[in-house]
Every structure is written in structure tokens, then in C-alpha cells.
Design a protein around this ligand. Structure first.
Ligand SMILES: NC(=O)c1ccc[n+]([C@@H]2O[C@H](COP(=O)([O-])OP(=O)(O)OC[C@H]3O[C@@H](n4cnc5c(N)ncnc54)[C@H](O)[C@@H]3O)[C@@H](O)[C@H]2O)c1
Length: 329
């Protein structure tokens, strides 16, 4: 049995707590600086709880930690835990800037720790299925991708005004919070983004000033990519169209399906995953992280993949502020 410490028991931390427990492969403890939340975790799940990370480290021993605090705290916490020999599963986005990345890299190498980042799209069979199909190369080179996505954020996250989302410096806004999932998935499918022109604005969400609407025209190497995202639209939909030399691939994330159409064909050939409970994806993700701890290869996003997506976030924010395209090295 692995021993796992959940750090931060908010919206996603509670889900990780429950889903790691659901695997039956670990004992879970939790810490949060909010005593009310901790009480709920203790009552609801019967796990050991601590009022701070320091207290958790003083009173317990862990093989790994899941960092579920707002993003500006992810890497400072990682730097505290790596020298103690813990493996780390870090929520997205990896951070709000790359300042601590070299130090974390060095600490990872010294500790020989396994570190993965919780870009959960890597666990979606309709994304990994499309990726395997594209890697086979039957459709030739990828030439163009378009992504259209969004949801009515107040419906799904009514507390959005009162959490990290309201502040860029804590990982908030549409680019760092929502678009990052999609960009990371596209990078996993076709390779890293190299150039970004981003137009973004606050169009609708009440009580915040961060951007809720984003248009990006990007290059991922030779591939032209466009991203459109809003957080006020009625449909909770997320579609990727990937056009290649000999045909196209479509991923409808909200329909849990991916399909292909070759030139000359009249319709899509779909691969559909039956309905899943949201926890099932996160339980599979937790299990994959423990596989990773045991030295197995997994589809989880690596630290370096998350650094690359972090560079996209920064470039997109810079481009939106300056009105200029930004190259990503
Ligand atoms: N993968 C996903 O689908 C997904 C979904 C939601 C959020 N997230 C990411 O997870 C992170 C957390 O998001 P959330 O929605 O759970 O936020 P949240 O505000 O609901 O929860 C964050 C929790 O961290 C606690 N916390 C803050 N500082 C702490 C510290 N020093 N020690 C211990 N606890 C501390 C807070 O008290 C709070 O309970 C963010 O980076 C967010 O982008 C990912």
C-alpha cells in the first residue's frame, strides 16, 4: 500500500482524495489550511487530516504527495517535498511562471523522484485513441488543427469569483485555467507550440476582470492551429478537428468519441466510449500515477510537457497584453 498525502482539499483535492482511495492501492491523508474543509474530509472519508503541510510532514510519512493548491504554490511546495524523497503528482497548470523550473528540475534529478502533472485529458480514451491513430501515420502529416471549446463556467463553478480563478497571479483566467487543458492535449497529439498570437478579453463573467474569452492563432512547428474558447456560452462542448494530408480526425470530448474521415469518404468512422462517471477518469489517473511510482510507463503528462504548456500560457498572456505574436523557445 502506498501512502499518499493530498495537499489542498478544495474542489479538485477532494476528488483526488476520493479517487486515490477508490483505487484500493493506497492509504490517504490530507492537509489544508481551511479547518472547515478538513473537518468535512475527516467526517466524509475517515482520513487523517492536518492543518498545514508542516504538521502533516511532522506527524506522518508519505511515499508521494498530490499538490492541489492554487498554481502559484505548486512549485514552492514541490521544492519542499522533493528533498524528502516524495514522488509528486501536481495539478495543472504547473505554475504561473517558469522562475522555479530549473531549481525543481535539479531537485527532481537529485531525488530520483517520479513527477507527473494532472492534465487529465491524457486519461481520456477518446484522446489517447485518436493519438494512437495519428501516430500510425495512415493520414500522413498533420497540417491544421482547430479547437472550439467552452462552457457556462458559473454553472459548473459557481464559486469562480472567490477562488484562484479571479486572479492571474494565482493561475486564474481562461488561458491558465481552461485553455491550458486543451493546449496540453494538442501538444500531446501533434507536438509543442512554437508561436502564439493571442487575442483575449473579459466579455461576460460577472464579478471578475480576468479574460473569459480567448482566440489564439498558433504554430506547432509546421502545423497551423486555431483555438477559440469562451466561458460564458451555453453548450459545454469541446471539439478538436485535425486535418492531415490524406484525411481528418475529429475528437468530440463532450461526446466521448473520436473519428476519422479519409479523403473521398462521405462520413466519420467513430470510436465511442460508453458514458463514464467523472470520478472514473480521476480514479484511472490516480492508478496511473501509482504505476508511475512503481516505475511503469504511463500516459500521464510529464514535468517537461507541463513546462512546455506553461510556456504557452505565459506566451499567450504576453501576446494578449502586447498585441504581438510571441515565439516559444
Ligand atoms: N484537473 C482538473 O480537472 C482541475 C479541476 C479544478 C482545478 N484544477 C487545478 O487544481 C488546483 C486547485 O484548484 P481547486 O479548484 O481545487 O481550488 P480550490 O480553491 O477549490 O482549492 C484549493 C485548496 O487549497 C488550499 N490551500 C491553499 N494554500 C494551501 C497550503 N499552503 N497548504 C494546504 N492547503 C492550501 C485552500 O484552502 C483550498 O481548500 C488549481 O491549480 C486548479 O487549476 C484542476
Amino acid at each position: 500500500m502506498h501512502s499518499i498525502l493530498i495537499i489542498g482539499c478544495g474542489s479538485i483535492g477532494e476528488r483526488h482524495l476520493r479517487c486515490f482511495r477508490n483505487t484500493g492501492r493506497c492509504v490517504v491523508a490530507a492537509c489544508d489550511t481551511n479547518p472547515k474543509l478538513l473537518e468535512a474530509m475527516e467526517k466524509g472519508y475517515g482520513v487523517a487530516v492536518f492543518r498545514s503541510l508542516d504538521e502533516a510532514l511532522e506527524k506522518g510519512r508519505y511515499d508521494a504527495a498530490v499538490i492541489c493548491t492554487p498554481a502559484h504554490l505548486h512549485l514552492p511546495i514541490a521544492l519542499k517535498l522533493l528533498p524528502l524523497g516524495l514522488h509528486l503528482f501536481i495539478e495543472k497548470p504547473l505554475a504561473i511562471d517558469t522562475a522555479l523550473v530549473p531549481e525543481v528540475r535539479a531537485a527532481m534529478a537529485k531525488a530520483e523522484a517520479r513527477v507527473a502533472v494532472a492534465y487529465v485529458y491524457h486519461l481520456m480514451p477518446w484522446i489517447s485513441g485518436a493519438r494512437e491513430y495519428l501516430l500510425k501515420g495512415e493520414l500522413g502529416k498533420v497540417l491544421h488543427v482547430s479547437s472550439s471549446s467552452g462552457q457556462h463556467f458559473p454553472t459548473y463553478r459557481p464559486a469562480y469569483r472567490d477562488i484562484y480563478y479571479a486572479k492571474h497571479e494565482q493561475g486564474g483566467g481562461a488561458i491558465q485555467d481552461a485553455l491550458t487543458h486543451i493546449v496540453n492535449a494538442v501538444e500531446w497529439l501533434i507536438g509543442p507550440c512554437t508561436r502564439v498570437y493571442c487575442d483575449a478579453a473579459h466579455q461576460a463573467l460577472e464579478g471578475v476582470t480576468v479574460e473569459d474569452t480567448v482566440n489564439v492563432s498558433a504554430r506547432h512547428g509546421e502545423v497551423l492551429v486555431s483555438y477559440a474558447l469562451t466561458q460564458f456560452q451555453a453548450p459545454n462542448e469541446n471539439t478538436l478537428l485535425i486535418h492531415c494530408e490524406h484525411g481528418s480526425v475529429k475528437i468530440e470530448i463532450h461526446e466521448r468519441r473520436w473519428g476519422f474521415m479519409k479523403h473521398g469518404e462521405a462520413g466519420w468512422t467513430w470510436d465511442v466510449t460508453p458514458p463514464l462517471e467523472r470520478d472514473e477518469l480521476f480514479t484511472a489517473q490516480a492508478s496511473a500515477f501509482m504505476d508511475e511510482m512503481e516505475g511503469m510507463a504511463t500516459p500521464l503528462a510529464t514535468f517537461e510537457e507541463a513546462v512546455q504548456t506553461l510556456k504557452f500560457n505565459q506566451a499567450a498572456l504576453r501576446s494578449a497584453a502586447s498585441g504581438q505574436a510571441v515565439e516559444i523557445s
